[in-house]
Design a protein around this ligand. Structure first.
Ligand code: FPP
Length: 256
């Protein structure tokens, strides 16, 4: 007889890691007959609110999708406005984040950003590297497929160089080569703006993440909306492919 599967550890009531797609900046601005860039600026305020919320609730890691690898294809003036906003945020917010114990990191293809932004990214990471209250990860020029392809390439390079045998490549090893490998995978994913999709965000890391969607546009985000997401998350049963009885640590249900 094979041993019964070990139930997964109880899911923490407060997510250890929250991943967010901040959608709806453009529509928020359009509703006010303002340029889309104004929506992004208002979106930056909501970023601060979200960070405050995580610090307040003891959420250990927050990953924000700030700019996808596909967003480079947006109109030039919008990309330019976003670059200005990122640079301003890096110049203005990082020392305060550092003071509050936030470690800032960037994931994605940063080679595509202008030199000034790349330099600020490096400075922010170096300054805050020792902090441990909140791991804030900004996905910038990031794509989940690109993340997986880079992991595959790094493993292939190790195989080609004789450092690794193909049969050693398994999920556990693969998972060490994707972004944020040192963090627990996101427990909760939130997308604002009403669309129900993951849009090439953290495709590997979201395998067992609880998904939560809201119509609220990102710049209109408030703590009450984030709390609703946390309450919903706390009420969910996470089974990780097992049965409800197994997760509860019981073996009284016949398994198929
Ligand atoms: C999606 O809304 C949002 C973005 C592509 C940019 C996100 C950027 C911010 C929230 C601003 C600042 C960020 C940081 C980290 C300082 P959308 O433009 O696709 O909105 P829409 O769907 O209504 O058009």
């Amino acid at each position: 007889m094979t041993a019964p599967p070990t139930p997964p550890p109880a899911a923490p009531r407060v997510p250890r890691h929250l991943a967010v797609i901040m959608d709806g900046n453009g529509r928020w601005a359009q509703q006010r007959h303002r340029p889309r860039a104004i929506g992004h600026r208002a979106g930056a305020r909501a970023v601060n609110l979200c960070i405050d919320f995580c610090l307040d609730k003891g959420i250990g890691a927050l990953t924000l999708f700030a700019f996808s690898s596909e967003n480079w294809g947006r109109p030039e003036d919008e990309v330019g406005a976003l670059m200005k906003l990122f640079l301003n945020a890096l110049e203005r917010e990082v020392s305060e984040l550092h003071r509050r114990g936030v470690r800032v990191r960037f994931i994605g293809d940063r080679e595509r950003f202008p030199d000034g932004i790349r330099a600020r990214m490096r400075e922010a990471e170096a300054l805050t590297a020792g902090n441990d209250r909140l791991a804030l990860n900004i996905a910038a020029s990031y794509g989940g497929r690109q993340d997986i392809a880079a992991a595959a390439r790094s493993l292939a390079e190790d195989v080609a160089a004789g450092r690794l045998r193909p049969e050693q490549v398994d999920e556990a090893l693969f998972g060490t080569r994707v972004a944020l490998a040192d963090l627990p995978p996101p427990d909760l994913f939130i997308r604002t703006g009403g669309d129900h999709r993951v849009s090439n965000f953290l495709l590997w890391q979201l395998a067992y993440t609880e998904l939560w969607f809201t119509e609220t546009l990102w710049p209109a985000l408030d703590a009450a909306t984030l709390q609703r997401a946390l309450d919903d998350y706390a009420s969910r049963e996470r089974r990780f492919g097992l049965t409800g009885a197994q997760v509860a640590g019981r073996q009284d249900e016949p398994t198929a």
